[in-house]
Ligand binder design. Structure first.
Ligand code: ATP
Ligand code: MG
Length: 736
């Protein structure tokens, strides 16, 4: 047999794409047959190995692109991988299947939808649709949604789906009862409803595929034959259903290559099973496990800091990482006064770096929670530095923020119909389209705003008593809030509105994984308002910010959550908010205890290892929470970073002795607000133009025929033949 070293050298000549790889990476590329697991730390070239492997499989003639299936974690990663493979091969990769688990499963399912009881045109439901459907199921089963929120039931169903369990497979001990019903019965009913609607939710894409494959071996066989080689990135974040799906597809050829890092498993809260990667050798007998230890991404200090941090986790395989790169700059930890100062300092450094020639895209601000982006967005807008929020919406574009701002707009500007329409039934208060139609009719007839129309209509019987009460409550609330806006600070008005409108309660009752983040966004909004004395000033600011936010061009600073940054790398990474309660996040600690803390630590490790050259950690001594300054302790993770790899700085960027805990440098109670001046509120009300007189015989759309008893402008008292005496609007009445 040929000397393997010689074989590798010979291959290099013919296959230039291999030339840059180290021996282990080459081995991982060339071990094309049989199951392979590349288990290696961040930045060791796992993704690069996968890309090269795809190119190699085609270039060496082992298969055409048609025989390849590659699974990536995001659609963006899929696009990039396809481009790189194309570049390595010098031609496009048509026919290769590359995408996320969901995208690929959907593609398969569309072709065979009939076999699982769907039509190929099936709809893929989003979370809102799912919730609506679960609500219907709860209703049909007489389950009190107040006690058992739809979101909660849905999340129980989702966890089963993550594990590949259909309603018939749920173990009894996993089930629980909701009053007289069992959750599994609701699950079954939910699945039945989905089929009737010709719809599937995201997890169904995989579940249906699993059923399809098991029930129709011929179909499975077709895909097993087709996909000679299967490759999976970020395997540590796959769930059980995905694992089963892969196992079925890879059964025939057994050429499954997975890459991952147990220290970067950060989706446990969404059902990911780090166990998949730890069990790989057992599940795929004879698997070759390749470890990559050389890190190509980060400097020595960054790597050392990250390694020291993750070493505090107990449940891990443990690995060595080294780099031939420089030790580089130490990771800096800087304590600042508050979040505004944090954003200011980050903005300043980006500006200076950019002036010195660095591309904006080489900077990333990685936040633990979505609400943290706000301060940075505003700062970057202020200093006119373009940015993008990767994998999410800009702060002021988020649904809950738009809703809250709509309330504030209606307070400050009662004629703002767009804002009124947005919130008149959010949270739900039983005011549907028909009530809105009534308001529109009045608005058109009187040339007045919807708010004004609402004020008018609640004095009449146009709406059913229930709707009228509900609308009256809203009208009265707005009156009260407008009064408050004249006497208390804008931020307090905002907090009051969120509370009294039921918006906060709506999100608190919401058990979906996104709800806590949305509540945090609302708190952050109140903080944003606190920077202004008057509502009108804040609203003015928002419209300017929204306008400025349409930056274009490719070179922009990246702002994203740490979760969203997985797999990516940047020259300079800013990591704000390393405070206990934020990072580690309080919820993870409260709900999952030590397991939660370990997942947070892996997340912190992912965050640090995104940096190539510079990592800057910040903690603020205080943050505004519910309008109150709250003092935070520096994150416990900061203390876990090995002293030799970090430089602690004070709030001015001066180095502190290593022993010196950074001083928060806070002043208490130095925050003051200007009391809002009263904002003039004026309605434009056109005088009545209809000539109804007492005694007129009239016809009303809803109440039928009647006779006018009294007329006051456009408000008529009518004695209806059938409905009795009612107050109605002239707009809805015709002379009979
Ligand atoms: P993560 O765990 O964060 O996903 P990874 O293991 O997938 O990291 P890659 O993103 O593939 O790592 O590689 C990290 C960086 O190192 C990339 O910039 C990549 O181009 C570079 N790199 C990888 N292997 C080599 C090599 N042999 N020579 C030079 N650079 C390399
Ligand atoms: Mg990667």
């Amino acid at each position: 047999m040929a000397d393997p070293a010689f074989a590798v050298a010979a291959v290099d000549r013919d296959q230039p794409y291999l030339s840059g790889l180290n021996p282990e990476q080459k081995r991982a590329v060339l071990a094309t047959e049989g199951p392979v697991l590349v288990l290696a730390g961040a930045g060791t070239g796992k993704t690069r190995v996968l890309t090269t492997r795809l190119a190699h499989l085609v270039a060496s003639g082992k298969t055409t692109p048609f025989g390849l299936l590659a699974v990536t974690f995001t659609n963006k990663a899929a696009r990039e991988m396809a481009e790189r493979v194309g570049a390595l091969l010098g031609r496009p990769t048509e026919g290769m299947w590359i995408g996320t688990f969901h995208a690929i499963a959907a593609r398969i399912l569309r072709r065979h939808a009939e076999l699982v009881g769907l039509k190929s045109t099936f709809t893929i439901l989003d979370t809102d649709d799912q919730i609506r459907l679960v609500k219907q199921v709860l209703e049909a089963h007489d389950i009190d949604e107040k006690r058992w929120p739809a979101r909660l039931v849905l999340s129980l169903i989702e966890r089963w789906k993550d594990r590949g369990l259909g309603p018939d497979m749920v173990p009894r001990e996993d089930d629980q009862s909701l009053g007289p019903r069992r959750v599994v019965d609701l699950y079954r009913a939910y699945q039945e409803r989905l089929l009737t609607l010709n719809a599937a939710d995201f997890s169904d894409l995989l579940l249906h595929c699993l059923r399809l494959f098991t029930a129709h071996p011929d179909v499975l066989g077709e895909y097993q034959n087709r996909f000679r080689y299967i490759l999976v990135d970020e395997y540590q974040d796959s769930n059980v259903a995905q694992h089963l799906w892969l196992r079925l597809l890879a059964q025939a050829h057994r050429n499954l290559a997975c890459v991952g890092d147990d220290d970067q498993s950060i989706y446990g809260w969404r059902g990911a099973e780090v166990g998949n990667i730890l069990r790989f050798e057992r599940d795929f007998a004879g698997a070759e496990v390749i470890r990559l230890e050389r890190n190509y991404r980060s400097t020595g200090h960054i790597l050392g800091a990250a390694a020291g941090l993750i070493a505090h986790n107990a449940g891990r395989l443990g690995k060595t990482l080294w780099t031939e790169g420089d030790a580089g700059e130490k990771v800096t930890i800087r304590g600042v006064w508050d979040e505004t100062e944090e954003a200011r300092q980050v903005g300043e450094e980006i500006e200076a770096g950019h002036r010195a020639g660095a591309a904006l895209a080489s900077f990333a601000i990685l936040v633990r929670t979505g609400a943290q982006t706000r301060a940075f967005e505003e700062r970057l807008i202020t200093i006119a530095v373009p940015y993008r929020v990767v994998g999410g919406l800009r702060f002021y574009e988020r649904q809950e923020i738009r809703d809250a701002i709509a309330y504030l707009r209606v307070i400050a500007q009662p004629d703002d119909d767009l804002a009124f329409e947005r919130i008149y039934n959010t949270p739900r208060r039983g005011l549907g389209d028909s009530a809105l139609a009534v308001l529109h009719t009045i608005g058109r007839a009187r040339v007045c705003s919807l708010s004004r129309a609402a004020e008018i209509v609640v004095e009449t019987d146009e709406l059913s008593p229930q709707r009228r009460t509900s609308l009256r409550r809203l009208v009265e609330s707005f009156r009260r809030w407008r009064g408050a806006a004249e006497s208390i600070p804008a931020a307090e008005v905002a907090a009051l509105v969120l509370e009294e409108s039921g918006y906060t309660a709506m999100l608190q009752a919401d058990k979906s994984p996104t709800a806590p983040g949305r509540l945090e966004n609302l708190q952050e909004l109140v903080r944003a308002v606190a920077e202004f004395a008057r509502l009108a000033e804040f609203l003015e600011h928002v419209s300017l910010v929204m306008d400025a936010a349409t930056g274009n061009g490719a070179d922009m600073v990246n702002i994203m959550t740490v979760h969203g940054a997985k797999g990516l790398e940047f020259h300079t990474v800013f990591l704000p908010g390393w405070e206990d309660g934020i990072f580690p996040h309080q919820m993870a600690l409260d709900e999952k205890g030590n397991a939660g803390l370990e997942e947070e630590r892996r997340l912190a490790h992912v965050a640090l290892t995104r940096a190539k050259v510079r990592a800057r950690l910040y903690f603020a001594g205080r943050r505004l929470v519910h309008g109150q300054w709250q003092t935070n302790l520096p994150s416990r993770f900061l203390a876990e970073l090995p002293a030799e790899h970090v430089e602690r700085q004070d709030s001015f960027g001066q180095t502190l002795g290593n022993a010196g805990r950074p001083n928060h440098g806070m002043r208490r109670g130095d925050h003051h607000r200007v009391i809002a001046a009263p904002a003039p509120i004026a309605y434009q009300l056109n005088p009545a133009a209809d000539g109804f007189l007492p005694g007129n015989r009239v016809f009303h759309q809803k109440f039928g025929y009647g006779r006018v008893r009294a007329a006051e402008g456009n408000r008529l008292d009518i004695v209806f033949d059938k409905a009795g005496e009612k107050k109605v609007m002239a707009e809805f009445v015709q002379k009979a």
